[in-house]
Design a protein around this ligand. Structure first.
Ligand code: AMP
Length: 426
């Protein structure tokens, strides 16, 4: 299958060729033809699969195919959970749409409304937006959403996680009933199914990675380590491995700041990216990281969402995420579009329950490697869960006593060398 077989016009093929893409990724090959036919689509795919082009290319094709006369009002709307993802989708729209007479605008909060309003006034075909700011504009009557022909919900699972469901519904009320709907999500929860059922009409289903599986081509390793030794282990791994570009996940904004500061003190260039930083600071941190000026980017889950960094070789979970699905999202930052990458998790004893939930979700255990000089002593190994386990929902595993491996045959990597401390300690 080549791009020319997909039914895209010459301008789009040229833009794709200029990007150097030899052939469509699986999601592109499967999603582009039905979208071009006007079908609704439910796309199950993670970042890194080429999903942005999978909806952007046919969206541009369809809009270019039916240029209206007169003033331009938005005909396509892409909703994303974060500003970064909105900016990245907008970049893709601009890149692929270079040869077409279509105008796009990216709309998110944290920056002034006025320039956005001016863009609408000049006439826009495609709006890429986070839900909150779009509603601000809609509420003030500065954007007319009544002529939207194509709606895309990108990373819908994350939008729900971030509590955008009411905003999404409010946006929906402003759209015309007849339209094409495309919904992309990396995971399928009952909430996503409900959202999809309410929005999509007889959708084509395109699923590229198996449900909740981690990105292929990514090696995963757990390094057990005492909490107090995490930073020194990280610095050790970065130096010994000669890692020049590593995205490090922390659970909190404060943790991201602190880690970046400490690494700098250790002589390793680092910056932090999280929701408390201004849009400008986030953009600058990301571009410094992409260009190699900064070796380590410490990020929270929300801020990292959708970051498109080509060939990111290393991802580190400095803290394990509270939500197992976030692990899949995090390691999806590496090994993108056929590249290989490596994900390392620094796991202290209190995080073992979280690790087990992740392994349960992945339905596999993650290989453990103890680094010489960082082995835990007996008191480091004492397991006091950081927080109670989350509600059930993922596949497999025991019901009661989830922290207690005694009656469970799944491999418990951490228990190999411990003397049988066990039991659910709450
Ligand atoms: P996405 O899943 O949309 O975030 O895309 C992941 C990465 O894959 C981006 O850096 C794209 O530029 C790249 N990409 C998209 N389509 C292709 C393709 N057909 N061949 C190679 N790389 C691609």
């Amino acid at each position: 299958m080549s791009f020319t077989d997909l039914g895209l016009r010459a301008e789009l093929l040229k833009a794709v060729a200029a990007k150097g893409y030899a052939q469509p990724t699986p999601i592109q090959a499967r999603a582009i033809p039905p979208i071009l036919r006007g079908r609704d689509l439910l796309g199950g795919s993670q970042t890194g699969t080429g999903k942005t082009a999978a909806f952007t290319l046919p969206l541009l094709e369809r809009l270019a195919d039916s240029m209206p006369h007169g003033r331009r009002v938005p005909r396509a709307l892409v909703l994303t959970p974060t500003r970064e993802l909105a900016a990245q989708v907008a970049d893709s729209v601009a890149t692929y749409g270079r040869g077409l007479d279509l105008r796009s605008a990216v709309i998110f909060g944290g920056v002034g409304m006025r320039p956005q309003f001016d863009q609408f006034r000049r006439g826009i075909d495609i709006v890429i937006a986070t839900p909150g700011r779009l509603l601000d504009h809609a509420g003030q009557g500065t954007v007319d959403l009544s002529r939207i022909e194509i709606l895309v919900l990108d990373e819908a699972d994350r939008m729900l996680d971030m509590g955008f469901i009411h905003d999404i519904r409010r946006v929906m009320k402003r759209l015309p009933a007849r339209r094409q709907n495309l919904l992309f999500s990396a995971t399928y929860s009952p909430a996503i199914k409900e959202l999809a059922d309410g929005i999509l009409r007889d959708p084509v289903l395109v699923e590229v990675a198996r449900r909740n599986t981690a990105a292929e081509g990514v090696s995963q390793t757990v390094h057990p380590v005492a909490k107090a030794d995490k930073r020194s282990l990280l610095a050790h791994l970065i130096r010994e491995g000669g890692w020049n570009q590593v995205l490090v996940f922390t659970r909190t904004k404060h943790g991201a700041n602190r880690l970046a500061r400490q690494l700098k003190n250790d002589g390793i260039s680092a910056d932090a990216i999280h929701g408390n930083k201004s849009q400008n600071a986030r953009t600058r941190a990301l571009s410094d990281f992409k260009s190699g000026r900064v070796r380590v980017l410490a990020a929270t889950d929300v801020a990292s969402r959708g970051l498109d960094i080509n060939r990111l070789p290393h991802v580190v979970n400095y803290d394990l995420p509270n939500v197992p699905e976030d692990y899949v999202h995090r390691i999806g930052r590496t090994g993108r579009a056929g590249e290989t990458g490596a994900a390392y998790s620094l796991v202290s004893a209190d995080e073992r329950p979280l690790l087990r939930e992740i392994e349960r979700l992945l339905n596999r255990s993650i290989p453990v490697s103890e680094i010489a000089g960082y082995a835990m002593n007996e008191s480091d190994r004492a397991e006091t869960p950081a927080r109670p386990s989350r509600g059930e929902g993922s596949a497999g595993g025991g019901k009661a006593g989830r922290f207690n491996g005694a009656s469970n045959s799944r491999r418990k990597p951490f228990r190999r060398r411990t003397s049988g401390r066990g039991g659910a300690k709450r």
